[in-house]
Design a protein around this ligand. Sequence first.
Ligand SMILES: [Fe+2]
Ligand SMILES: [Fe+2]
Length: 412
Amino acid sequence: MGRVSVNNLKEGMILEEDLSAPNGRFILGKGAVLKESHIRMFKIWGVAGASVEGAEDGEIVREEELREEALRAARAFADSYFPPAGEEPLPAAAIRDFCARKFAAQIEGGKPPTPLPVMDAFPRPPEGHFGRTFSAWNLAKNEVRLVSFPDIYFKIQDVINSPLSSATSIAKVVGKDPSLTARLLRLVNSSFYGFPNPIQSIPRAIAIIGSNELTALALAVSTMTVFKHVPPSYVDMKSLWMHSIACGVFSRLLAYSKRIRNEERFFLAGLLHDLGRIILYTKTPAEMTYAIELSVFERIPLWRAEKRVFGFDHSSVGRVLLEAWNIPESIRKLCDFHHAPLDENAPEEALFVHAADYIANGLRIGTSGSVYLSPVEAEVWEALELEEGDMESILVQGERQIREIMNIFLVA
Ligand SMILES: [Fe+2]
Ligand SMILES: [Fe+2]
């Protein structure tokens, strides 16, 4: 009898005592016979192991030792790119700890996280670099002409702004795009919303979540088509969208935890926050390679290296794009200040996107190129007003939603 780590639990084992998730949520009672679906659920909820009947003691001790070893390696890995721990506020410590447990499970499962890139010598700038000057506006302006923003968004906006608009007229516009309709319905039926009954039509979805929210989601879904032709040699778009989805999901969950409603715009801001980087990768690949090398060599976040190389970072480039595309200011500003939420011009709500970006980078769900994390100011954590255990449940919920959304958005 004894504890068996989650990776070694098997179908048919019997729980020796009640099982709860690390956040205290009750999962399954004593005496339950484990099924494959239970074990999957334990992993989703971050359960490390369970006490089961009839397990051999020696086997358990060996497993615990292996687990300890994996956890040590995972902690060292997380510490190698997180800011120095010091006297970390509670939410920051919870994120680091969650990441370490996640990586430990990956190590135990034989799929350790990808090692960090290494740069032994000080990187050399590209030929002629110091003779060049860069402007965010110049870099983005051609792109605005080449890449138009999804038409559907503006069509829906027109309908909403019209005095005669109704749920049926919005549904008509959305309904013209079957793939958008299908994705929207999958989204409103996913754990992102967690509605108990299935929503089978767009008018019903609008009635339940509201037309502004549905517009934001329609924009989010269609955003994926922007830049879909960028060649992989410049930037791995899938990985960038994964990072963006993760940032969007966590922004939304953080806003929600502060009882802010209409949180769809936070999801959208997460999706759009690093768009400027795509322009930098495609327009100035040699300089971006230099910026990445600098960030790796000096162990600084990529946006800081971009400032050194270009004189500005990707948020300035993104601003030009989002302005040209007439993205509402309430969303644009969240993106503009995602690296500077305490700036005097930043809206208070930019801190959700800022903290979410930190979480997404920490968990290493996709990447937009940055390896090292910028510390989040204590003031930001305080403003989030999270209680003990809140961050853990946000991380668990977020990971599950991200998996579902990636299936809806990234699978053709
Ligand atoms: Fe960024
Ligand atoms: Fe980011």
